[in-house]
Design a protein around this ligand. Structure first.
Ligand code: FES
Length: 102
């Protein structure tokens, strides 16, 4: 089963091939942006792929539409739309890296 290392957290998670990054993270109790319910409409599930980008499929049309609207570089992917292959990934969850306003 492929592993995903999340830069902001300790340890790796195992995610079954064919699940999205967001599904895999949530199965391990890791919650991050999910405002639109996984419909590629909000961008809150944004991740930056640090290693393994070449193993991922191309953006699907819904992800591609939002990526263009947000002017995202190729290494930025929507966690709710990006399906894990059989290769390991290293990612950064964008929302976990942001500082909170006080
Ligand atoms: S959860 Fe809204 S774009 Fe992924």
């Amino acid at each position: 089963m492929p592993t995903i290392k999340i830069k902001e957290l300790e340890g790796d998670i195992e995610v079954p091939e064919g699940e999205t990054i967001l599904q895999g993270a949530m199965a391990h109790g890791i919650t991050f942006g999910f405002v639109c319910g996984g419909n590629a409409a909000c961008g809150t599930c944004l991740v930056k792929v640090l290693e393994g980008l070449e193993s991922l499929g191309k953006r699907n049309p819904k992800e591609d539409f939002l990526a263009k609207a947000m002017m995202l570089e190729p290494e930025f992917r929507l966690g709710c739309q990006t399906v894990v292959s059989n290769s390991p990934l290293v990612i950064s969850i964008v929302s976990l890296g942001r500082t909170q306003r006080t």
